[in-house]
Design a protein around this ligand. Structure first.
Ligand SMILES: [Zn+2]
Length: 61
């Protein structure tokens, strides 16, 4: 799926949602897409390339 298809999919009310997280390595605010915001998911920071895990069950402080 390329970006245009993804955009069309999103605008049609696709699954998942975007969440804002902060990279624990470089403190950069990132917008990540998750299909199911629960449990743990790992992401790669687009800024520093660091990998981190987001626990959706724990509210951001
Ligand atoms: Zn980072």
């Amino acid at each position: 799926m390329d970006f245009d298809d993804w955009l069309a999919f999103e605008m049609c009310g696709g699954f998942g949602e975007d969440r804002d997280v902060v990279c624990p390595h470089c403190q950069t605010a990132l917008s990540v897409h998750t299909d199911e915001p629960e449990g743990r998911e790992s992401y790669t920071c687009q800024s520093c390339g660091g990998v981190f895990v987001v626990d959706w069950d724990t509210p951001a402080s």
